[in-house]
Design a protein around this ligand. Structure first.
Ligand code: AMP
Length: 501
C-alpha cells in the first residue's frame, strides 16, 4: 500500500539534484529536501507521533517548515497549520479542539503555549524562522532515510481551520484524495511542468500558499522561489527568474502601483494567477495594459481546494472566476429551495467532487448542515453563471443585505461605486435599521482626496434601483483586510452598527 499524497506529490522527484526551493540564502535540491523531510519524520516519530495524530504547527515560513509539512504526511500524521498572527490566547481554542500529539511553535510563544500543550499531553517543540529550535537540534541525530507510512485516499492529510469571520472557526478535514486530485487537475489545467519556476510570496498556513502552490510545483518537478512574504522589491528582483506567480489581489494592485513594474520585468512570466479574494476588473485591465499579459483568476476555498478557474487557453474574462475545473460538479441554486436557478440569476454555489473536504473536525451538526443529501457542499458564496458557463461571484451569503425585504447583492453596488472617478475601492454592507431591517451602507476609499459623498449618491441615482442605493456613504483611508486580502465585512458591520439605531 502506498502513501497517496506523499507518493503522488513528494516522491516522484525525491532523488533529483534539481533545485526545488530557491531562497535568498541558497538552493535546496529535491534530494536535500527529501533528506530533511526524512530526518523530521524520524524525529516526529521519536516524539510520539502515530498515524492519524495531528501535528499543530504555528511557525514562520521557512524551508524547514515546508519539510516539516512533508514529514508529517510521510509519517502518516495530519498537518494542522495555524496562522502566525494568532495569539497564544487564540491558539488555546485550536489546540484544545484538535488535540494534537505534537505542537510546534516559534520560541516567542513557546512559554505561553506550554500549559496548553501539557494540558492535553502534547509534545511541544520549537522551530524558528532562522531554522533554530528544539526540533532542529534533534535533526542531526536522525537518519536521512524513512519509509513512508501507508495512507489511503480517505485518510486525513490535513486540518485547516477556516478564517471564521462569524462564529467559531471550523477545522476542515482534508484527505489524501482531496489534495492529490486537486494538484493533478491544476497542473494539467494551468500547464505546469518541470520547467516552471514559481514565485512564492504567500503565507504557508493557508490552502493557497501551502497546497495549491507547493503541492503543484513539487508534483511536476518544478522549482519554487520561496520568499518569506510579499514585497515589491523582492517581486521585482526575482520575477525575471520566474515563469509563474500565484498571488492574492493585493499583490497585483501593489505591483501596478509601482512604476518599476514594467513589461520588461514581467516578460519572462507565462502565468499570473489570482485568487482567495475578488480581483477588481479594473486591476485586470490595468495589469494587461502594463504587462501585455492577462491575469488568470480562479476561485476556491479551504473546504473545496480550487474548483473554478478561468481557462489557460481561451478567454480569461475580467470580473469572472471562469468555469468549473475538470471533475468538479458545480450548481447554482436558490438558497431556500435548493433548486438550480435559471441561467444568469443569482444563487448559492454548491459543489461535489474529489476536491471537496470530508467535513468539519468534531462538528457533526455543522457538517450535516453544510452538505445536501446528494453530497453537494453548500459553499455560502453567491454567484451567477452566464450562457457561456462563466461564473461571477457576487459575495458571501452572510454579506447579502435584505433592506425592506428586498435583496441587495453588495458586489453590484460596489462595482458601480468603484467606477466613479476619484474612488479607489468600496465595500457595501448592511447595518441594522429601524424601518428597513437593514440599510445599505457604502464604505468608500477615495483615490482623490476631494471626493465628495454627494457626488457618489448623484452618480448612483438612476443607475440602480432606489432600494439598492446606500443610505449612508462613509469615507475611509483603507478597507480592513486579512492577510489573504479578504475585506473583513463583519468588522465593518460592527464598526458601523450604530448608524441608524
Ligand atoms: P478561504 O477558505 O480562506 O480560502 O476563503 C474562501 C473564500 O474566499 C471563498 O468562499 C470566497 O468567498 C473567497 N474567494 C476565493 N477566491 C475568490 C475569487 N477569485 N473571487 C471572489 N472571492 C473569492
Amino acid at each position: 500500500m502506498t502513501n497517496v499524497l506523499y507518493d503522488g506529490v513528494f516522491a516522484p522527484f525525491s532523488s533529483s539534484e534539481k533545485p526545488f526551493l530557491l531562497t535568498p540564502s541558497g538552493h535546496v535540491s529535491y534530494t536535500a529536501f527529501t533528506q530533511l523531510t526524512n530526518q523530521f519524520a524520524n524525529c516526529l516519530v521519536k516524539n510520539g507521533l502515530h498515524p492519524d495524530d495531528r501535528v499543530a504547527v504555528q511557525v514562520d515560513k521557512s524551508v524547514m517548515q515546508l519539510a516539516l509539512y512533508a514529514a508529517v504526511i510521510k509519517a502518516g500524521g495530519v498537518y494542522l497549520p495555524l496562522n502566525t498572527e494568532y495569539t497564544p490566547h487564540e491558539l488555546d481554542y485550536f489546540i484544545s479542539d484538535a488535540k494534537p500529539a505534537v505542537v510546534v511553535v516559534a520560541n516567542r510563544v513557546s512559554e505561553a503555549v506550554t500549559p496548553l500543550a501539557s494540558g492535553i499531553g502534547a509534545n511541544l517543540q520549537t522551530l524558528n524562522a532562522d531554522e533554530t529550535g528544539s526540533l532542529v537540534r534533534q535533526l542531526d541525530l536522525e537518519s536521512t532515510d524513512f519509509t513512508a507510512v501507508p495512507r489511503s485516499d480517505e485518510d486525513l492529510a490535513a486540518i485547516l481551520y477556516t478564517s471564521g469571520t462569524t462564529g467559531r472557526s471550523k477545522g476542515a478535514k482534508l484527505c489524501h484524495r482531496n489534495l492529490l486530485s486537486n494538484a493533478k487537475v491544476l497542473a494539467k489545467s494551468w500547464h505546469f511542468t518541470s520547467y516552471d519556476v514559481l514565485l512564492h510570496m504567500l503565507p504557508v498556513y493557508h490552502t493557497h500558499g501551502l497546497f495549491v502552490a507547493t503541492n503543484l510545483l513539487c508534483m511536476v518537478g518544478g522549482s519554487i522561489i520561496f520568499l518569506p512574504k510579499f514585497s515589491i522589491a523582492d517581486a521585482l528582483a526575482w520575477m525575471p527568474k520566474a515563469t509563474s506567480m500565484m498571488g492574492v489581489p493585493t499583490f497585483y494592485t501593489r505591483l501596478i502601483d509601482s512604476s518599476e513594474f514594467t513589461r520588461e520585468v514581467a516578460s519572462h512570466m507565462r502565468l499570473f494567477i489570482s485568487g482567495s479574494a475578488p480581483l477588481l476588473a479594473e486591476t485586470h485591465v490595468k495589469f494587461e495594459r502594463r504587462t501585455g499579459k492577462m491575469i488568470l483568476e480562479r476561485y476556491g476555498m479551504t473546504e473545496t481546494n480550487m474548483s473554478i478557474s478561468n481557462p489557460y487557453e481561451g478567454m480569461r474574462i475580467a470580473g469572472t472566476v471562469g468555469k468549473p475545473l475538470p471533475g468538479v460538479e458545480i450548481r447554482i441554486v436558490d438558497t431556500k429551495t435548493g433548486v438550480p436557478v435559471p441561467e444568469g440569476e443569482i444563487g448559492i454555489i454548491e459543489q461535489r467532487g474529489d476536491n471537496v473536504f470530508l467535513g468539519y473536525w468534531e462538528m457533526p451538526e455543522k457538517t450535516a448542515e453544510s452538505f445536501r443529501a446528494d453530497g453537494f457542499f453548500i459553499t455560502g458564496d453567491m454567484a451567477k453563471q452566464d450562457k457561456n458557463g462563466y461564473i461571477t461571484i457576487v459575495g458571501r451569503d452572510k454579506d447579502l443585505i435584505i433592506s425592506g425585504g428586498l435583496n441587495v447583492y453588495p458586489k453590484e453596488v460596489e462595482v458601480m461605486i468603484d467606477d466613479i472617478d476619484g474612488v479607489l475601492e468600496s465595500a457595501v454592507i448592511g447595518v441594522p435599521h429601524r424601518d428597513f431591517g437593514e440599510a445599505v451602507v457604502a464604505v468608500v476609499v477615495p483615490s482623490d482626496k476631494n471626493l465628495d459623498t454627494a457626488l457618489i449618491s448623484r452618480s448612483l441615482t438612476g443607475r440602480i434601483a432606489k432600494f439598492k442605493q446606500p443610505k449612508a456613504i462613509v469615507l475611509a483611508d483603507a478597507l480592513p483586510r486579512n492577510t489573504m486580502g479578504k475585506v473583513q465585512k463583519a468588522e465593518l458591520r460592527r464598526s458601523h452598527a450604530d448608524l441608524f439605531v
